[in-house]
Design a protein around this ligand. Structure first.
Ligand code: NAP
Length: 198
């Protein structure tokens, strides 16, 4: 596919760009030449980028977190957003949702590099939304971290911990490729999460 990659010079973009080309996609420089727009930018940039793609009738695959996805809920072309493109993180969310059916008390600790701008993370909010009851989220931002999350579920005399660690940004590549394979056949408007593709 011909892809406009917004955020190509960023930490994710630098890993993603060669991976997209290695998978047979072509990177282009404008929406006019693009079949899909991929966005890994910043919370204040993503909405305008998606709205421009919608106006150009180009479907979007968005990884940027912390932006107002509701604003494109009724878009006339597909807009796919995943708060986390790592397959293991998607499974963590699925397992946490299932575990919370049985263990009613849970809290989430999410840990990211200190360069991450939004808190709590999109993954932590998406996990909590899928679980039973109120799930407090604790955010840690420190150098030396990449992206990590623990879901702690407490019962009488037991504790279940579900943990996912992203140790390098290569973790996001398979999920982005998976989304690119599905985005053109999605219905118009917003679709959230890789779950339905797995
Ligand atoms: P980053 O290293 O800060 O890179 C951001 C990129 O966006 C840079 O290329 C930057 O260009 C560009 N950018 C920033 N502001 C912009 C603007 N106003 N207009 C156009 N481009 C702009 O960030 P990152 O670590 O790559 O992460 C990017 C986003 O993806 C973040 O929101 C992060 O939370 C999210 N993320 C999501 C996932 C997921 O699985 N969903 C995984 C990792 C990261 P300049 O350098 O020229 O400013």
């Amino acid at each position: 596919m011909k892809i406009l990659l917004n955020g190509r010079s960023g930490k994710v973009g630098l890993v993603l760009a060669p991976a997209l080309e290695a998978a047979g996609h072509t990177l282009v420089d404008s929406l006019a030449d693009a079949e899909v727009m991929v966005d890994f930018t910043a919370p204040e940039a993503a909405l305008a980028n998606v709205q421009a793609a919608v106006a150009a009738q180009v479907p979007s695959v968005v990884g940027t977190t912390g932006w107002d996805t509701g604003a494109v809920a009724g878009a006339a072309v597909p807009v796919f957003y995943a708060p986390n493109f790592a397959i293991g993180a998607v499974l963590m969310m699925r397992f946490a949702a299932e575990a919370s059916q049985q263990l009613g008390r849970a809290e989430i600790v999410e840990l990211h590099a200190d360069t991450k701008r939004d808190a709590p993370s999109g993954t932590a909010r998406a996990t909590a939304n899928r679980m039973q009851g109120e799930v407090p989220i604790h955010s840690v931002r420190l150098p030396g971290l990449v992206a990590h999350q623990e879901v702690l579920l407490g019962g009488t005399g037991e504790l279940l911990t579900i943990r996912h660690d992203t140790t390098s940004r290569e973790a996001f590549i398979p999920g982005v490729l998976l989304a690119l394979g599905h985005v053109s056949s999605l219905p118009p408007g917003l679709t959230v999460g890789l779950d339905s593709f797995l």
